[in-house]
Write a protein that binds this ligand. Structure first.
Ligand SMILES: Cc1ncc(COP(=O)(O)O)c(C=O)c1O
Ligand SMILES: Nc1ccccc1C(=O)C[C@H](N)C(=O)O
Length: 424
């Protein structure tokens, strides 16, 4: 489709957009008395209007039932998290028994490494992407130290090529083959937080498995953003947070995927707690741990219901729409965003470049050579909410459920005004 950089054209795209009305289901921050243009769903998704009801229900049950709420609330708390597995499995391409919701992302990655990183003298190396999200770096470094290795010995980072802003799949695969029999684990962010690149998870997983390594993915920026088939790709494990594209609220519960083939395998080590033991016998308070037969075996504690409830609300919305429609809109709105940025670049003597490669989801990362931080500040002051990543990147992510083409057009106009304002 040939795009035009006019308000009328953007409004026409909105008219054709079957997801357009979903923006009314979200709360938007107001800046200067006006609804903001929210392009930051890759960091914190907006609050769906129906979420409060889900949380209020829990508060009400707590008030009126107190401890009885565990078993007699309308949605009893003791198995509240089970309601999330089916809708969530659809989003990440898993079987229902392979998915669970618990803890938070970094915690879950640590717990999953307990199960899937069991180094030996011969096979102990981990492959990750260079400049992974810092929490992932700290997690990997501390796991290595815990097992008696050092980063220098055991952490292999796949680099981008000189002068390029993205990773090449062939370089990841070549590194996997090079490390070969020494490779214990591949653990990469499925969508990179900085440049927005979508890794070829299927091919990289295949390569990792072919040399005998475990393969896991940090899907913080992937869940609710791209379509995945974790089960069919034979991924061993994955974890993601729910507060970005999945709109479940700040610091909220994380999702995990554990491949069915690893469930009920007594040889896989695991840190355990009472919510991982069989429901049927849990309250007999026996000393023996009898694992749940699904991914819930990794649960430690009784679910933080107030944090899981918003995730359920959000999943209900996601499933009502379906990932297929979300991805179709995402492709179009990101292409439109790219077009609008290119138009701005033509109209004013700016100097920025989009560093996100073609394999992308909802986010475009824009490297600013010129104005940098003042331009970002200008955008924020003028009602565009996006984010800044050191040293000089703004990340722009029009989440398909609540961003409109008009938002993208207006962003382009404000960006242009900002550049003119700062260079005049
Ligand atoms: C790729 C990635 N990994 C890890 C994290 C850390 O998540 P959390 O603070 O929820 O553990 C984030 C975002 O905060 C992230 O984007
Ligand atoms: N949870 C947060 C709390 C405070 C500040 C940022 C975050 C983020 O989530 C950052 C996000 N992971 C990112 O890709 O930038």
């Amino acid at each position: 489709m040939k795009f035009q950089n006019t308000l009328q054209f953007a409004q026409q795209l909105d008219k054709e957009d079957t997801l357009h009305s979903y923006q009314n289901d979200f709360h938007f921050p107001v800046v200067n008395g006006k609804k903001s243009i929210y392009l930051c769903g890759n960091s914190l998704g907006l609050q769906p209007k129906q979420t409060k009801g889900y949380v209020d229900d829990v508060m009400q049950d707590w008030a009126s039932l107190a401890v009885e709420g565990h078993f007699y609330a309308e949605k009893p708390w003791w198995d509240y998290h089970e309601r999330l597995a089916e809708p969530l499995a659809k989003i990440v391409g898993a079987k229902t028994n392979e998915v669970s919701v618990m803890n938070t992302l970094t915690v879950n990655l640590h717990l999953l490494m307990v199960s899937f990183y069991n180094p030996t003298k011969k096979r102990f190396k981990i492959i990750c992407e260079e400049k992974a999200f810092p929490s992932d770096q700290y997690m990997l470094q501390s796991q290595l130290r815990f097992h008696g290795f050092t980063e220098e010995d055991a952490l292999v980072e796949v680099k981008k090529r000189e002068g390029e802003n993205f990773w090449r799949t062939e370089d990841v695969v070549a590194k996997i083959n090079e490390v070969g029999e020494e490779l214990a684990l591949v653990l990469i962010g499925g969508v990179n937080y900085y440049n927005g690149q979508v890794f070829n998870m299927e091919e990289i997983t295949r390569a990792g498995k072919s040399v005998g390594a475990n393969v896991g993915w940090d899907l913080a920026h992937a869940a609710g953003n791209i379509e995945m088939q974790l089960h069919d790709w034979d991924v061993d494990f994955a974890a993601w947070c729910s507060y970005k594209y999945m709109n479940s609220g700040p610091g909220n519960a994380s999702g995990v995927f554990i491949n069915e083939k690893h469930l009920n395998n007594p040889d896989i080590p695991r840190f355990e707690g009472w919510w991982g033991t069989k429901k049927e016998t849990r309250f007999l308070m026996k000393p023996e741990f009898e694992p749940m037969e699904n991914a819930d075996a990794w649960q430690l504690s009784n679910p933080p219901v107030l944090s899981v409830a918003p995730y359920l609300a959000s999943l209900q919305l996601f499933n009502a729409v379906g990932m297929e429609k979300i991805v179709a809109k995402r492709n179009r709105i990101v292409s439109y965003l790219e077009f609008v940025l290119q138009e701005v670049d033509k109209e004013v003597t700016s100097s920025f470049e989009i560093i996100t490669p073609e394999d992308r989801g909802t986010q475009l990362s824009v490297l600013l050579h010129g104005q940098g931080r003042p331009l970002f500040d200008y955008l924020m002051k003028n009602g565009v909410i996006l984010d800044w990543r050191e040293p000089n990147v703004i990340r722009v992510a029009p989440a398909p459920l609540y961003c409109s083409y008009e938002d993208v057009f207006s962003f382009g106009q404000i960006l242009k005004e900002g550049i003119i304002h700062l260079t005049s």
